[in-house]
Design a protein around this ligand. Structure first.
Ligand SMILES: *Cc1c(COP(=O)(O)O)cnc(C)c1O
Length: 396
């Protein structure tokens, strides 16, 4: 039986009558641009994550762009961002005319290595964008300390981490801005593109709100050059229906993750990532080799509430990950490589200064080892059993 990586219908179709009612309400109101559901979604998401302001936008990508614009980041500025991330993080930096400076990753949690970030600071560095990859927070105490020391602004890319916590605080609410995505594969998946910016500073939030609509307030009076970064009323109305279930979705993802870890860690050569120290490890390769690890399972630091946007394995050894991917393919088990190419290796960034692209060795290794398996909330037990059985077959 085929096991898909994600089945959006399993979550959406049971809500069909409520979604249809939400659609009908917006249809009859006729306020398709900036209708009342947008304010409702903004307020509810902000409350859920613990932020003062929410600003609904057209995508997680535009959320990043808007945050950079609101902070006045532009040509001549350097912005630190992890090299092992989705393209949007780096792309947004380039789009405002600034230079993305790529930083290596922690091999345990996949997030930005803050010590490596420190080494890349210059007098032009203005901002750092930690990404909370796969649903687990980056080391925010270290990020904030570095930012304070060097006067940097902080934008948290929380596209994969809406509702995840770091030491009890919502990811996205710790820096100057946090950004979220409602892309269908994200934890709060919408019905097309959408996103949100959150912020605790009144003046910055107001600036972002104005920039969202061409920098105008009132209409036709432009303070700065903004864009059209609005979320649709319809999109907001539909996402509100799913937001009411969000705690359940997260609980189910956590149960699936716990079950994978419990079952897979019994297999020979399968070890759990070492989070015992509670902080990002510089290099644990020797320890992994000593344990004879073939597969490393993901784990959460004790201070993090992980929301498991992805359950990402490391398949150790040259060419082993691709072998594993092919093996799952023959069993019709869905999987995806997030991400096969780091940002420093992208063709579009080949002209960046050498210093922006150097020292990303851990991330290069992760790009060769990482692979994500099905973890979505409605993943049927029988499907999960098939995934586990397949992995048992691979390591035996
Ligand atoms: C998905 C994602 C984005 C972009 O979100 P979109 O809504 O698809 O534009 C940005 N950063 C990260 C880390 C993502 O995973």
């Amino acid at each position: 039986m085929p096991v898909p990586l994600l089945d959006v219908n399993a979550q959406n179709l049971p809500l069909e009558s409520e979604l249809t009612a939400a659609f009908t309400k917006v249809l009859r109101e006729g306020k398709f641009i900036m209708g009342p559901e947008i304010g409702e979604l903004e307020q509810q998401v902000a409350t859920m994550v613990g932020a003062k302001h929410g600003i609904g936008v057209s995508s997680g990508t535009d959320a990043l762009l808007l945050a950079l614009m609101a902070l006045g980041i532009g040509p001549g500025d350097e912005v630190l961002c992890p090299t092992f991330t989705f393209f949007a993080t780096a792309g947004a930096v380039s789009r405002v005319g600034a230079t993305p400076v790529f930083v290596d990753s922690c091999p345990v949690c996949f997030n930005v290595d803050v010590n490596a970030a420190r080494k890349k600071i210059t007098k032009h560095t203005k901002c750092i964008i930690p990404v909370h990859l796969f649903g687990q927070s980056a080391d925010m105490d270290a990020v904030m300390a570095l930012a304070k020391e060097h006067g940097l602004s902080v934008i948290e890319d929380g596209a994969q981490s809406i509702g995840a916590n770091y030491k009890g605080k919502g990811t996205g609410t710790i820096g100057d801005f946090g950004t979220y995505s409602f892309f269908p594969s994200k934890n709060l998946g919408g019905f097309g593109d959408g996103g949100m910016v959150v912020c605790n500073d009144d003046a910055l939030a107001e600036r972002a709100r104005i920039l969202r609509t061409h920098g105008s307030k009132p209409k036709y009076y432009h303070h700065f050059v903004g864009g059209n970064f609005r979320i649709d009323t319809l999109q907001a109305a539909l996402i509100l229906v799913k937001l009411r279930r969000y705690a359940d979705y997260t609980r189910l993802r956590r149960e699936n993750a716990a079950r994978y870890t419990a079952e897979l860690s019994k297999l020979p050569g399968v070890v759990v990532a070492d989070v015992a120290e509670g902080r990002c490890a510089a290099n644990n390769e020797a320890a992994l080799a000593a344990k004879g690890a073939k597969i490393v399972l993901p784990a959460a630091y004790p201070h993090n509430d992980h929301i498991w946007n992805q359950y990402t394995l490391r398949i150790v050894g040259d060419g082993k990950r691709d072998e594993f991917k092919n093996f799952l393919g023959t069993k019709k088990i869905g999987c995806e490589i997030y991400y096969p190419v780091t940002m420093d290796q992208q063709k579009c960034f080949a002209d960046l200064p050498e210093a922006a692209r150097s020292s990303c060795e851990v991330a290069h290794r992760l790009a060769g080892e990482a692979i994500s398996i099905p973890i979505y909330p409605e993943l049927p037990r029988a499907h999960q059993d098939e995934v586990i059985a397949a992995i048992a077959g691979f390591v035996s």
